[in-house]
Design a protein around this ligand. Structure first.
Ligand code: S3P
Length: 426
């Protein structure tokens, strides 16, 4: 995929696809609830389709032909033993959340995915699940997938998670549905709380205080209507592009702005961005808004601490913004970037350097001295969708032409990304 420097502003309105995290959870909770769950604005990206395919292999009928996805749930104990390995593709969310559900089943299962998934850390879920009494092993003994899971009865535990990870938290909470007693998780900082919101919406009993969530076992979950808000992680690339390209003004409609996800908005405002939220509303517990973005002159800031989990997936595009901003941006406490679909500290830093930016990798983030002129070059995306989209934004603002190696990997979370970008630049 080739991206040329944009010489005219971005103008117009768009709807970004449905939120990836919420789409996964709607399928999972729909499958283990009684009755039908209907999901509108479901993200038809490869990751969420992997979740659908795993639940189909466990006997759940999921109709995807119409705009509204219909999940015919069979209740907490209604899944059946899959005949084959469950293939999660590239999806960390599918792997970790599904493992929590599988741990409490009456059958054994095997779960694996692509090369990237097979190198991502799974000890972070193996540890708490084992404490609950689960039979979960990394088949190659390296702490990664493939995972073999022996279904067992589980004990309720309290888990002090060393990482602020919604995938770890959600895995333990989902296993907690199958436990003999209450289960709670405390994390160092609050990570995205979509599981908590949706579990409550489907009828589970849980409480949340500060960074601790407690769930009661064996609820009766009932199928619901879920309308998935637009994904702020996908909106982030358009926010970034509009901020960088002179004269731009765009409106992104119906974006999820849950406070555990909206760190990108807070950071952009601190960098001097002209962003206005309109039509803020909160259905099903998930706040949404239309986001108006105008081209702005940005300056560098420090990004660290509790805001990090709320923008962890947006750091690649934030780093691109920082490279075009005046002054220094320091990103700290973001060591989790190393274990995403690629090592996003190394990949962002090496690609920004290749474009001419003044940037240094640190152990838990990076330091970007903004304002150097950037020039298009060959960008190795490492088949990481967020790297591809972040550097597409860089390419729009850099001199010359940027080539994205394996740029088609955007299909993981945003199949129509390049078309949507082209539509705004016409
Ligand atoms: C996600 C949680 C985050 C995020 C990922 C989706 C989720 O991962 O990076 O894209 O849906 O729970 P971690 O929980 O590992 O931080």
């Amino acid at each position: 995929m080739n991206i040329k420097k944009l010489t005219s502003p971005l103008r117009g309105e768009l709807n970004v696809p449905g939120d990836k995290s919420i789409s996964h959870r709607a399928i999972m909770l729909g499958a283990i609830s009684m009755g039908t769950t209907s999901v509108t604005n479901f993200l038809q990206g490869a990751d969420c389709l992997s979740t659908i395919s795993c639940f189909r292999k466990m006997g759940i009928s999921i109709e995807t032909e119409q705009e509204e996805i219909l999940v015919k749930g069979k209740g907490l104990h209604g899944l059946s033993r899959p005949d084959t390995v469950l293939d999660v593709g590239n999806s960390g969310t599918t792997t970790r959340l599904l493992a929590g559900i599988l741990a409490g089943q009456k059958f054994d299962s095997d779960l694996t995915g692509d090369e990237s998934i097979q190198s991502r850390p799974m000890k972070r879920i193996i540890r708490p699940l084992a404490q609950m009494g689960a039979g979960i092993t990394s088949v190659r003994g390296n702490g990664c997938a493939p995972l073999h899971i022996e279904g067992r009865s589980l004990k309720g535990i309290h888990y002090d998670s060393p990482v602020a990870s919604a995938q770890v938290k959600s895995c333990v909470l989902l296993a907690g549905l199958y436990a003999d007693d209450i289960t709670s998780v405390t994390e160092p900082y609050l990570s995205r709380n979509h599981s908590e919101i949706m579990l409550d919406y489907f009828g589970a009993t849980l409480t949340a205080e500060d960074t601790t969530v407690t769930i009661y076992p064996d609820p009766i979950l009932e199928g619901q209507k879920v309308s998935v808000p637009g994904d702020i992680s996908s909106a982030a690339y358009f926010i970034g592009a509009a901020l960088l390209i002179p004269g731009s003004e765009i409106l992104i409609r119906n974006v999820g702005v849950n406070p555990t996800r909206n760190g990108i908005l807070r950071v952009c405002e601190k960098m001097g961005a002209d962003i206005t939220l309109m039509n803020v509303s909160a259905e099903e517990g998930e706040p949404t808004a239309d986001i108006l973005v105008r081209h702005s002159r940005l300056h560098g800031i420090t990004i660290d601490g509790s805001i990090i989990p709320s923008l962890i997936d947006e750091i690649p595009v934030i780093a691109v913004l920082a490279a075009f901003a005046q002054g220094e941006t320091v990103i700290r406490d973001a060591q989790e970037l190393k274990v995403k679909e690629s090592n996003r500290i190394d990949v962002v830093v090496s690609n920004l350097k290749a474009m001419g930016a003044d940037v240094t990798a640190t152990d838990d983030g990076m330091i970007i001295r903004g304002g150097q002129p950037l020039t298009g070059t060959l960008i190795d995306t490492k088949r990481d969708h967020r790297i591809a989209m972040a550097f597409a934004v860089a390419g729009l603002a850099a001199k010359g032409e940027t080539q994205l190696l394996n740029g088609e990997c955007v299909t993981i979370s945003y199949p129509g990304f390049y078309q949507d970008l082209a539509a705004l630049s016409r």
